[in-house]
Design a protein around this ligand. Structure first.
Ligand code: ARG
Ligand code: ZN
Length: 880
């Protein structure tokens, strides 16, 4: 059933205090709940309807007496609930070891964990499981002392002790009122890394990272990241840690990255554990950002939470923005900051842009959903973060900080809406470009689809003026045919032909923020002698597609000279994209021009550019992003064009790749800092180019060198980079290297995940990658039950390897349907993620389109789909 944002109503009852007791047992856990219920007189009196799923109800008491109730679907209904405050006591049981959905209370590796966001708490006990119901929790855990020596819940530890039969207990109290989705318990045989810190306010805090025995030495980076996050949030936003104790726990079976439960964050081990020997630079960076993200939720999400799930981006968009800012500040140099920004934008374009133009397109603040788990999306998270970034662009960094301050002054302890956040930002910045157009700005929350901005520059030599005409248009998306103009901050500058920055006004400023708010608007610059080169949307100042119609000559000026590193990178991508699109549109083989090759050579040889930047500039646009530029998508043609561009770049720059490889070797120990990881990234790109080129020329030296490096590497980034180079080129040495890698790491699940995913993501040649991935489904290490493992093979193949997935024989779609159904029976949330691989079937060229539609229809015809998968496939069918 569809739920609509417009239907929001307060509940007729609040729950103010919760006392829970857990008698933990994998087969049957008994949960006792005492709820202090307060009648909400703002709403007419009616029955009390509590959510509950997969529970066995034992008894219900109101003020100590039994009461009549009924169970209907996923609700427990008490018709005769008093029109007053009362105490409700409920006893029920659940079966954690049977919980393969990993929502609610479940077991993993012999320990107990919970995941409650968004609606998992109702799988633990009957409750008003909605984020506007905020309560103070006291939790007692009882369990076997040997099997579960560690007993954790939110807040502060109040009491522990022994019980009969070898059992023990712990009681925890969380003083902060919280919604049920932030509830968590953990029980198991875990070990902990501890660190004490004193915050600016002079308070001492205990930080703990809990993991399985044997994983402790992989927690140092997470702990360092946590300390850095705490320091940063206090320094940048004045937001301190508010708990005596802050715990982080790792679990191997987890549907997402991590979860910000109050004082007890729970992490997928893939987002927590790292050592130089087992994790890559990318893993280290991802862990730092996810640890920060969950910690930052303590204020943006927990202290101030969401009134209803339509407001999800209130906490997620804002918290992604905060973790992105943190990563940039941690990176340090302007160029390292730009590298962070480029990576974020690349991810946005690769995932969110396609989402915004496919069947699942939805506004940052959706208007309706049937399964909220389907809306933990790149739009809510990453586009949401871009919306928050635009506030900062419009009111300035100081203004943004003032807005945050006002937001917390007004709303600490409350469950609020995106409108409340917008109002705080505007009210803290009267007279700002935001305040004067707040209503129009808020269309970013309500309109789906990526706006297209077209720029047309006109130079008037006689008048010495340059007129920039900007136009915007947002394409129709399912359910939203007509869109109003949005408020688009366009940070820009003008360069002369030689790359000199031009003064934009009498003050001599060389950068300005234009605010495009109409469908069409012109901006005039005076005293412009010659036709300039516009550098628009610097730093990617708005999440739009920009068509500035720049010639290659103009792009080359930007690539060489723009003061904005983001736009320098963007110029490199546009140069490549233009070539690839031209070849695809003409249906001709791609031939790289010598101008393009020389530009790339100049980047590679540049004495001042950072290796990290070079690696990004020399990496061709991703196939998903290329597909976005086309009305009809032929995944095979795109792949062929990209592979051809890559092969040509590999050959033409061979000597420079060798030089880059050699110049970027690192002596000494491993650290994941931006400078070293940039060097490793460029060396790995160079190596993969050299191995690729060797496949064409028949040279055996570079594959041999890659194999040697693979064997001898002292860290995972180098080892995996060399392995990836061999696998991507389908070199003969790939097979022995893969075998050796597996033998070396067979006991480390996270590394074996990489092993699966590398093979499933490899560039397709003649269907070999698909065949290999399919055979890996039978590998003894493969299982659908562990989400990381399932994703390592299936998400890699179906979501991230279009050329392996979209086949003329439709075998990819057959596999998709079969795997979605198999996973759905175990874990609907995971199945629904995988099912999104066919979101954009209607944009495919034939024969893919018809075959893909047929596969979607076949899945949709199954009567017993989860609501999760049903919503995805039905939206997909409706989008055709
Ligand atoms: N709030 C968590 C985070 O952003 C993610 C929770 C995802 N929940 C879900 N049902 N998909 O860190
Ligand atoms: Zn989050």
């Amino acid at each position: 059933a569809l739920i609509h944002r417009a239907d929001y109503q307060q509940p007729a009852y609040w729950i103010r205090k919760v006392e829970l007791t857990f008698d933990l047992d994998p087969a049957k856990t008994i949960v006792g709940s005492k709820l202090q219920i307060e009648r909400n007189h703002a709403v007419p009196h009616g029955p009390l309807r509590l959510h509950g799923e997969e529970l066995n109800l034992l008894r219900v008491l109101i003020d100590g007496s039994s009461v009549s109730f009924r169970q209907e679907g996923h609700e427990l209904i008490i018709e005769s609930a008093p029109d007053a405050d009362f105490l409700l006591e409920i006893r029920s049981t659940c079966a954690p070891e049977k919980n393969t959905a990993l929502s609610g209370l479940y077991t993993s590796g012999g320990s107990f964990f919970t995941q409650c966001e968004a609606e998992g708490f109702r799988r633990i006990t009957y409750f008003l499981d909605r984020p506007d119901v905020m309560a103070v929790y006291t939790v007692t855990l009882r369990a076997d002392a040997k099997k579960y020596p560690v007993l954790l819940a939110n807040g502060n530890l109040q009491a522990t002790g022994e019980l009969d039969n070898g059992r023990h207990f712990a009681t925890w109290h969380d003083p902060f009122p919280k919604p049920s989705y932030l509830f968590a318990v953990v029980a198991g045989d875990l070990v902990t890394r501890e660190q004490r810190i004193r915050t600016r306010a002079g308070k001492d805090h205990l930080l703990q990272v809990y993991v399985r025995r044997g994983d402790l030495e992989k927690t140092e980076h997470a702990m360092n990241s946590l300390v850095a996050s705490i320091v940063w949030d206090e320094a940048r936003f004045g937001l301190p840690l508010d708990l005596e104790r802050f715990m982080v726990v790792g679990v191997s079976d987890f549907n997402m990255g991590a979860m910000e439960n109050k004082g007890l964050n729970i992490f997928n081990t893939s987002a927590l554990l790292a050592s130089p020997a087992t994790a890559t630079d990318t893993d280290f960076a991802r862990i730092e950002s996810i640890v920060a993200h969950e910690y930052f939720h303590n204020w943006t999400g927990n202290r101030v939470t969401c009134r209803d799930w339509f407001q999800l981006s209130l906490k997620e968009g804002l918290t992604v923005f905060r973790d992105q800012e943190f990563s940039m500040d941690m990176a340090g140099s302007p160029s390292a900051r730009a590298v962070c920004r480029i990576q974020d934008v690349r991810a946005l374009r690769a995932v969110q842009f396609p989402e915004d133009s496919g069947a699942m397109a939805h506004p940052v603040r959706p208007d309706s959903y049937s399964e909220i788990n389907n809306f933990y999306t790149a739009t809510v998270y990453e586009k949401g973060s871009e919306v928050v970034r635009m506030y900062q662009t419009l009111v300035g960094r100081k203004g943004f900080e003032a807005g945050m301050k006002l937001y917390f002054e007004r709303h600490d302890g409350q469950a609020v809406t995106c409108d409340d956040f917008a109002a705080a930002m505007a009210d803290a910045n009267p007279g700002s470009p935001l305040a004067s157009r707040l209503d129009a700005f808020k269309r970013w929350y309500s309109q789906a689809g990526t706006p297209r901005v077209t720029a047309l520059g006109e130079h008037d030599a006689a008048a010495r003026t340059y007129t920039l005409k900007l136009r915007q248009h947002t394409p129709a998306t399912p359910g939203q045919a007509d869109k109003l103009p949005q408020v688009i901050p366009v940070v820009m500058g003008l360069l002369d032909r030689h790359g000199q920055a031009l003064a934009l006004d009498a003050s001599g400023a060389t950068e300005r923020t234009l605010v495009l708010e109409q469908a069409e608007q012109s901006f005039v610059f005076e005293n412009i002698e010659h036709e300039p080169v516009p550098s628009l949307l610097r730093g990617f100042s708005a999440p739009v597609v920009l068509d500035d119609g720049l010639s290659d000559a103009a792009l080359l000026v930007l690539l060489r000279h723009d003061s904005d590193p983001f736009n320098r990178w963007e110029a490199s991508q546009r140069l490549a994209l233009n070539r690839i699109l031209a070849a695809l549109r003409a249906g001709q083989p791609l031939v790289l021009s010598s101008a393009f090759i020389e530009a790339m050579r100049a980047v590679l040889r540049h004495p001042d550019l950072d290796p990290a930047f070079k690696e990004l500039a020399l990496t061709l646009p991703g196939e998903a992003y290329i597909a976005e530029q086309l009305d009809v998508v032929d995944p095979q043609a795109i792949h062929t064009a990209v592979m051809s561009a890559q092969t040509q770049l590999a050959a033409a720059l061979r000597d420079d790749w060798i030089a880059a490889y050699e110049a970027n070797q690192i002596q000494g120990g491993y650290t994941p800092d931006p400078v070293s990881s940039g060097k490793r990234a460029l060396a790995n790109l160079a190596l993969s180019m050299l191995v690729l080129d060797a496949q064409t020329t028949g040279d055996t030296v570079w594959p041999g060198k890659a194999y040697q490096r693979f064997k001898d590497a002292s860290n995972m980034t180098d080892r995996f980079g060399a392995l990836a180079a061999l696998v991507a080129a389908q070199a003969e040495l790939a097979a022995p290297a893969l075998e050796r890698f597996h033998a070396l790491f067979k006991d480390d699940a996270l590394v074996i995940d990489k092993w699966f995913s590398l093979q499933a993501r490899a560039p397709e040649v003649d269907g070999k990658v698909f065949a290999r991935a399919k055979s890996l489904l039978q590998h003894p290490d493969f299982t659908l039950k562990n989400p990381n493992r399932a994703r390592s093979l299936l998400a890699s193949l179906l979501l991230f390897n279009p050329a392996a997935f979209h086949r003329t024989d439709a075998a990819g779609y057959v596999l998709w349907a079969e795997q979605v159904l198999a996973i759905d029976a175990l874990n609907p949330m995971l199945a629904s993620r995988i099912s999104r691989a066919l979101d954009r079937w209607s944009q495919l060229a034939e024969p893919y389109r018809s075959a893909a539609r047929e596969a979607v229809a076949r899945v949709a015809a199954k009567p017993d789909l989860s609501p999760d998968v049903r919503e995805i496939v039905e939206r997909a069918l409706a989008s055709g």
